[in-house]
Design a protein around this ligand. Structure first.
Ligand SMILES: *Cc1c(COP(=O)(O)O)cnc(C)c1O
Length: 428
């Protein structure tokens, strides 16, 4: 879709462009497979000589329409959907590393991402170094090795709410000939455009604000098309040397700017198969149609709740980068001036026990693992999502033991505040 349309118009209209007599709304292509007239036609698809649908594990028209919308929202070149955000984080890295390689990851990231990079990919022979988001240029440069292949961070971290200095990380990555991959789940493309600040690849857990209704787990990978794999060919043989499983095609030569997403689709999806179901892609698209309406409301409500909590005598601290005086206020003004996200964190003067006790008194606000949907919800990361981490790992991930992650929904802010008021009243 034309890049001239504003983000609101893209949320509503991008991705599915029906021709005469076709359905106005993207249909659910609930079909595993697609029909051809000759054996030769099908054979050419398997050689990547023609593009076309043949099996939903690789590509499906519903998924492609929704991926195209997300691509447009991010200002990218190509995109794909995955079955979950975790699959997106995994594929984004596995597409460019091999056993013996190394990646750099910002320490303040989602707990699942930390486990994936710190432990699971290590068993596959890929090592990760975790760096402080506030690392100086020198400290950052020192983390690179000859076998480093990527740098990964979150535009605004779940749940630490660290706003990443994307330009600083992009510069360090590019000086070492590797791409910067940004998880833009919490900010969404409504509030932050990582590609404009030098990021090369963006990933999403679409499960969160993009879906917005907490009905479908999903993920997405978007490539800006800007990273020059050929210029660093020796680092990325998977993209720049022949793939024998496709009769020796070289992705960068055959697909140019589309090399990264084509390889992730034609090779990783073929072999590992974490595709999003077309039904979920359809639901995701319904969510995307209101993303531009919901995200500003989440932010407005979150700011009101944060300001209320800041003044409360039982509250020790509040993190919300939309409130002046917050540690990340200035960075947020630069990278996401219209707002950060609906998630805020806070701790109580009574410490960890008081935080947990307060949560049990909430009525409107539900205790759920989820975050970033329309219904206000709450979680205690140290007891829940980050339960496997020891105290040191928790602090490195920016998760204080008393931290309450409060995901402000799109209800009336006064009702959310009243719920907090009565729960805070109830704890000592
Ligand atoms: C939830 C989340 C993920 C993982 O996504 P799933 O869809 O749950 O697999 C990754 N990154 C961030 C920032 C998240 O919040």
């Amino acid at each position: 879709m034309s890049k001239n349309y504003s983000i609101e118009t893209k949320c509503v209209q991008s991705g599915w462009q029906p021709k005469k007599g076709e359905p106005r709304v993207v249909p659910i292509y609930q079909s595993t497979t697609f029909k051809y007239d000759t054996s030769e036609q099908m054979g050419r698809l398997f050689d990547l000589e023609d593009s076309g649908y043949f099996y939903t594990r690789l590509q499906n028209p519903t998924n492609d329409a929704v991926a195209a919308k997300i691509c447009d929202l991010e200002g990218g070149y190509a995109a794909m959907l995955t079955s979950s955000g975790q699959a997106a984080s995994f594929y984004a890295i596995m597409n460019i590393v091999e056993a013996g390689d190394h990646i750099i990851c910002v320490s303040a990231v989602y707990g699942g991402t930390y486990n994936l990079y710190a432990h699971t990919i290590r068993k596959m022979g890929v090592e990760a170094t975790f760096v402080d988001p506030h690392a100086s240029e020198e400290e950052l440069n020192a983390a690179f090795r000859d076998n480093t292949k990527a740098v990964f961070g979150e535009s605004i971290a779940n749940p630490a709410l660290v706003v990443l200095d994307i330009e600083k990380f992009a510069k360090a990555a590019h000086e070492h000939g590797v791409p910067l991959i940004i998880d833009n789940t919490f900010a969404t493309p409504i509030n932050c455009h990582p590609f404009e600040w030098g990021a090369d690849i963006v990933i999403h857990s679409t499960t969160k604000y993009m879906d917005g209704h907490a009905i479908a787990v999903g993920g997405a990978i978007v490539d800006s098309g800007n990273f020059d794999w050929e210029a660093n060919a020796e680092k990325f043989p998977g993209l720049t040397t022949p793939d024998e499983t496709y009769h020796g095609i070289v992705y960068t030569q055959k697909f140019g700017k589309g090399a990264y997403i084509t390889k992730a689709t034609a090779q990783l999806m073929r072999d590992l198969g974490s595709i999003q179901s077309p039904q979920n892609a359809f639901l995701l698209n319904v969510g995307l149609e209101t993303l531009h309406l919901r995200v500003p409301r989440h932010c407005e409500n979150a700011k009101k709740v944060a300001q209320y909590l800041k003044k409360h005598e039982k509250v020790a601290w509040v993190n919300c980068a939309m409130v002046e005086g917050d540690k990340y206020y200035e960075l947020a003004q630069k990278y996401m001036p219209n707002g950060t996200c609906g998630v805020i964190t806070f701790g109580l003067k009574g410490g960890r026990d008081a935080s947990v006790a307060m949560m049990d008194h909430l009525e409107l606000t539900a205790i759920v693992t989820h975050v970033a949907d329309s219904r206000t919800c709450v979680l205690h990361p140290a007891s829940h999502t980050h339960r496997q981490m020891n105290e040191k790992e928790l602090l490195e991930a920016g998760v204080q033991p008393d931290l309450i992650r409060f995901s402000v929904g799109t209800e009336n802010a006064d009702d959310i505040i009243a719920d907090l008021e009565q729960a805070l009243e109830a704890v000592k």
